[in-house]
Ligand binder design. Structure first.
Ligand code: NIG
Ligand code: FE
Length: 425
């Protein structure tokens, strides 16, 4: 696949546009995905110029363009991973073994493991360390079709180390093929030195960390782990409001292990997204719908924690909430970098349809990171982030769990992964 400024991708059997208005196909299940059959896409200067039926394409402006033959396969918008913790140091496979043997995640945390185990490793790491491991992880993600990833800090838990994590992300933004969206998560856990002075730590997050992060323009969002035993609803409200005062858009980890009013806080502060929601109350979900907060469901956590419990995706979809699905890629509860694997979990265990899941990883996920104007769908004017799959039908993605099916990835009009070239070399 040649590098070209102008590109035409032709011979696409199913173009998944994620724009329902563009639907132009025989398969009605693809309506929400806006499937166009026998399609082609034209790209120039990193932007999609045209997408539609190949027979309707006027190629006069694209005579000199590079051509990619999709070989009768499926093309999707670049996948958006709307919730990750992909910058970290050290790993926690022993905790995984402890959980297999019967100790709960929150009990491991109380015994000195958990988030604070990664905090000690991150505090010892340099920015260079975090960048080099982060780059490897992002490279693994792009090969699985992810072209944008939100990444949270939250393993530093002091002004110095939170800024260090966000500075690593700033470098990853420059160096990685995956587009990085940084979120400040100073309120991920209480660090050991503030274990018995929790309100003091909240003061530091509000009065020192948020201003320092905002002044350096290191993050776009502010997130909080609002959960029984971690940050309370009122502490979360305070932190997210302070973040808003400093231009950081609110996000929240909500009601993962128990109902703690977090979904209501999400709605109250106008959170862009709320993650987890396994135990969110009905009123909380209704408030989120009214506030336009996107529900980000993270079924990888159920695998990482070994529980057959999932958020009630069907209820949320039927209520009319916007639902995104993401990896929550992190070294504790969800050591998974593949949205493709997650798609299988979302279908099999949360009973989302393949079409709902693919929409949840493209258009809805783009909304969850406030990027709906630029990415998440294939239509003229959007950034040219595309994934070419060597599969016969979109349903194949969740169906073939863990399958190696990404043939090429295009980011801003540039081929950033090409399996054929790798096989040839
Ligand atoms: O997703 N939400 C709880 N769990 C954390 C996982 C982080 C970790 O264990 O390292 C999270 O934010
Ligand atoms: Fe998380």
């Amino acid at each position: 696949l040649p590098p070209h400024d102008d590109l035409v991708i032709h011979n696409i059997r199913q173009l998944i546009t994620s724009e329902p208005d563009l639907f132009n196909a025989s398969d009605d299940a693809g309506r929400p995905l806006g499937i166009i059959e026998d399609a082609c896409v034209a790209v120039s200067d990193g932007i999609i110029k045209w997408a539609g039926r190949q027979s309707d394409f006027d190629d006069s402006a694209f005579r000199d363009a590079g051509r990619i033959d999709a070989a009768g396969h499926v093309v999707l918008p670049g996948l958006v991973d709307a919730h990750t913790h992909a910058v970290f140091a050290g790993t926690r496979e022993r905790e995984y073994e402890m959980r297999v043997l019967g100790t709960a995640y929150m009990d491991i945390a109380r015994q000195g493991g958990g988030i604070n185990a990664t905090v000690s490793a991150v505090r010892q790491a340099s920015v260079d360390d975090l960048v080099s491991t982060g780059l490897k992880r992002l490279d693994a993600m792009v090969r699985k079709g992810t072209t944008t990833a939100e990444i949270k800090s939250g393993y530093g838990l002091s002004v110095e180390h939170e800024i260090k994590m966000l500075e690593a992300m700033r470098r990853l933004k420059e160096e990685a093929e995956v587009e990085v969206i940084p979120t400040f998560l100073g309120a991920h856990e209480f660090p050991p030195e503030y274990k018995d002075r929790r309100d003091r730590y909240v003061d530091i997050v509000c009065d020192e960390m948020i201003p320092a992060v905002a002044e350096r323009r290191l993050a776009e969002f502010c997130d909080v782990f609002c959960e029984k035993g971690v940050f309370t609803a009122s502490q979360s409200r305070r932190i997210l409001s302070k973040g808003k005062d400093y231009g950081l858009k609110p996000k929240i980890h909500a009601d993962e292990f128990a109902e703690s009013g977090a979904a209501l806080v999400a709605a109250e502060v106008g959170a862009v997204s709320a993650g987890h929601l396994g135990f969110a109350s009905r009123v909380g979900l209704e408030a989120m719908r009214e506030a336009g907060t996107v529900a980000v469901l993270l079924p990888g956590v159920s695998v990482g924690l070994g529980k057959l419990e999932f958020a009630d995706a069907r209820l949320m979809l039927d209520m009319g909430l916007d639902v995104a699905v993401a990896t929550d890629f992190n070294p504790g509860s969800s050591m998974v970098d593949s949205l493709l694997v997650i798609s299988s979990l979302a279908c099999s265990f949360m009973k989302m349809t393949p079409a709902e899941v693919l929409l949840a990883m493209t258009k809805k996920a783009a909304r969850a990171v406030s990027r709906e104007a630029a990415i998440g769908s294939i239509t003229a004017g959007k950034q040219a982030d595309l994934v070419l799959f060597s599969i016969p039908d979109f349903r194949y993605i969740p169906y073939h769990f863990g399958g190696d099916m990404v043939r090429a990835v295009i980011k801003k009009g540039r081929v950033v992964f090409n399996r054929d070239a790798q096989e040839a070399s």
